[in-house]
Design a protein. Sequence first.
Length: 270
Amino acid sequence: MNISRTRELEKIALEARKDVVRMVGVARARGLNPSLASVDLLVYLYWEYMAVYPQVRNRPERDRFVLSKMDVTSALYACLARLGFFDREELWSYRRLGAMLQGYPDIRTPGVDAPSGVLGGGIGIAAGLCLALRLSDITSRVFCLMGDYEMGAGGVWESISAAVSDHLGNLVLIVDSKSQDESIRRRLEMLGWVVREADGHDFSSIERAFGEMDCEKTFPKALIAHTTDCGVGGIPSYCVSDSAQPLSNDDIDSVLARLESKSRDIDFEQ
């Protein structure tokens, strides 16, 4: 990936982060930290890697995306709006009763391929989508974003094991990891998955990891993406803490000012 494209993706990610801050602030919600941390992964997937068609939303050969990490819903909505799946003004009604954009993704929302809501349930849904595509002779890929904390939930490892025996080579799992623990990678590889690791905030690192997996067509693939708390330094910790109170107007202005400063840094580097 050349420097120009990297800077372009970085700017898209920063704009998406600003929308996340505004959404969470207006909704008086919590969970700012996970969404900010996952933005870079979502931007790379939607702008650089997945085949998606905002103007033809139900195109059969499109790649599918399943969000299992439910606390990054606002980041997914911000990306879908910027891609043109729905009007960006919908973001300011996030979590409002009767609005399009509820707390968890719903298939009635343009651009959403599968519902979310059960901890660790995304991998089973993604595997099911892979099997359904196979029955329809469609070779599209299915991507599932999970948090590392989900890996011990329910039937996650049963679904992971079954994906190998079912030869789901079009299944791609992205594990958003805050830990350097190698146990998840070792267990995935032991079961037969093709696994790579990357810096979840470095687009070139993500690209290299996916590129190394692209040649594998038979076995499912997993990217363990290491991320920091919010992906952007300098934001006060109390603004992104999961236990924090809803953001005040001053908090929103403070975080947005930091993101604006980062935007100027990118412009200067160009």
